[in-house]
Design a protein around this ligand. Structure first.
Ligand code: RB5
Length: 148
């Protein structure tokens, strides 16, 4: 499994923490930037990393901005991306079980390091429930086609 990482200046510090955590877990990643705390625009990084996922360079993503809101909105504009903004472990678990989210979004200015790592861990480990949830996800893909 390869993780696409993306952030803006508001998410940079937490992204560095998550990188170290993924290394600890032995999980590969591609860091699509940004690479410092200099002010940037989160849609640029959300788009690069989201395209990395839909093009198959990475399997899933963890995207971080100050609140996680902007970067999740931007990521969800890319066809095939289901980005879930999670502020706690329960929502991270459900974002996999029910929504099969392929991008986890975090708020670098909101979450403490340990909570963020716990969210990442459960999100990486929880499988998709399938069944009726598969039908609902397929309907999301149909909306993408209607919007083409
Ligand atoms: C940047 O200041 C901030 O707006 C951004 O990181 C994010 O929180 C947007 O949703």
């Amino acid at each position: 499994m390869k993780i696409a990482l993306a952030c803006d200046h508001g998410g940079f510090r937490l992204k560095e923490t998550i990188k170290a955590y993924l290394e600890e877990l032995g999980i590969e990643y591609i860091d699509y930037g940004t690479y410092s705390e200099e002010s940037v625009d989160y849609p640029d990084f959300a788009y690069k990393a989201a395209k990395g996922i839909v093009n198959g360079e990475a399997d899933r993503g963890i995207f971080i901005c100050g609140t996680g809101i902007g970067i999740s909105i931007a990521a969800n504009k890319v066809k095939g991306i289901r980005a879930a903004l999670c502020y706690n472990v329960f929502s991270a678990e459900m974002s996999k079980r029910h929504n099969n989210a392929n991008v986890l979004c975090l708020g670098g200015r909101i979450l403490g390091e340990e909570l963020a790592k716990a969210i990442v861990k459960v999100w990486l480990e929880t499988p998709f429930d399938g069944g009726r949830h598969e039908r609902r996800i397929n309907k999301i893909s149909e909306i993408e086609k209607l919007e083409e």
